[in-house]
Write a protein that binds this ligand. Structure first.
Ligand SMILES: [Zn+2]
Ligand SMILES: [Zn+2]
Length: 103
């Protein structure tokens, strides 16, 4: 039985790693899920976006976690000094990280 437990644990860890970057926040009773910095998230726990949807929760209209998750996955359009694409991820709509943001 101990082996099964270890497998489950491993599975959980991998599951968490795979959903990294798609974590939203939701309280047990709440009907909505939020971004980490949403004012309305209250005593929310981190949950995978897929799990939040599975349990019938909908996106908060204030922090718009769906757009936030998508934005999180956008790689910066800027170029580094050696001419390769910047590897920073950015939530900015112009696809530029804070370093490549034109001032
Ligand atoms: Zn929210
Ligand atoms: Zn950049």
């Amino acid at each position: 039985m101990k082996k099964n437990y270890m497998l489950t644990l491993l599975f959980l860890v991998f599951g968490t790693l795979c959903s990294f970057g798609q974590t939203v926040y939701s309280s047990q009773k709440g009907e909505k899920y939020h971004t980490a910095d949403c004012k309305l998230s209250g005593d929310a726990n981190a949950v995978a976006l897929a799990d939040a949807k599975k349990s019938g929760k909908s996106a908060c209209g204030v922090c718009k976690p769906d757009e936030w998750v998508k934005a999180k996955l956008t790689q910066c359009d800027g170029k580094t000094k050696d001419g390769t694409q910047c590897k920073r991820m950015t939530a900015n709509s112009n696809k530029k990280c804070y370093q490549h943001q034109s001032k």
